[in-house]
Design a protein around this ligand. Structure first.
Ligand SMILES: CCCCCCCCCCCCCCCC(=O)SCCNC(=O)CCNC(=O)[C@H](O)C(C)(C)COP(=O)(O)OP(=O)(O)OC[C@H]1O[C@@H](n2cnc3c(N)ncnc32)[C@H](O)[C@@H]1OP(=O)(O)O
Length: 194
């Protein structure tokens, strides 16, 4: 990984991530964490509709097809959209720890342009954990899962409680989410089964 800043270098006493015993088995789709999430939700017409799949250890894979709505330059994916795909894939890793976490820092390298209609093959893993801090890394390849790297990222996620969303989200969406038993169950499961 190139150019990682000090903030993304785990401290010496960081520990290896431990896959939760109830984490989905390798190969299983993780499912959307929120129907209206721009990264993974099915309810966003121009969203990325990214579906992450559990991998071995504390890793995931995902695919994202670049659509015309995702352009920055003519026929090319917008860099911010590619960063979103990396962020979403990295974020899904935390479900293998059964931990709710948000992105604190995301550092992205854009290595190759990514044309519209390209399938971006994403691969991410957690590298270390230090208290509430979760360190992770991801690549996005084009032309196949073993193709050349087009984008890569390192990230620091910070563990939060469900209250982070309840206290900060716009009330209309929070009330709708809390009225959805499946959404509440999915979020609360992480607090009662640490
Ligand atoms: C009914 C409702 C259902 C809800 C169901 C939800 C489902 C689950 C949704 C998941 C969603 C994922 C979606 C994709 C991933 C996003 O895109 S998440 C969205 C983007 N991220 C954000 O909005 C986060 C905004 N930032 C914040 O809220 C706060 O800054 C944070 C990250 C929670 C940290 O604040 P804090 O809890 O007060 O923690 P703080 O004490 O400042 O820092 C803790 C440690 O982290 C370090 N740290 C914090 N920030 C940084 C940073 N930026 N750089 C370096 N180090 C940092 C601190 O230095 C500190 O280190 P130590 O001193 O412990 O060594």
């Amino acid at each position: 990984m190139s150019g990682t800043s000090a903030a993304l270098t785990p401290p010496a006493d960081a520990v290896a991530p431990v896959r939760h015993p109830d984490a989905p088995p390798p190969g299983e789709l993780l499912g959307a964490h929120y129907e209206h999430c721009f990264g993974c939700g099915g309810g966003q017409p121009h969203g990325l509709h990214l579906q992450a799949r559990a991998g071995e250890g504390v890793s995931v894979t995902a695919e994202f097809t670049v659509k015309p709505a995702h352009q920055g330059a003519p026929g090319l994916a917008h860099g911010g959209v590619l960063a979103t795909a990396l962020d979403e894939t990295l974020g899904s890793l935390n479900w293998l720890l059964r931990t709710i976490a948000v992105t604190g820092r995301l550092e992205t390298d854009f290595v190759r342009p990514v044309p519209v209609d390209t399938v971006l093959h994403l691969d991410a893993r957690i590298t270390a954990v230090h208290g509430r801090k979760i360190y992770s890394t991801a690549t996005g390849r084009i032309g196949g899962p073993e193709g050349p790297v087009a984008v890569r990222a390192d990230a620091l996620f910070i563990e939060v409680k469900v209250d982070h969303f309840i206290e900060n989200g716009r009330p209309a969406e929070i009330q709708a989410a809390m009225a959805d038993p499946d959404q509440v169950k999915r979020a609360r499961a992480f607090e009662v089964n640490p």
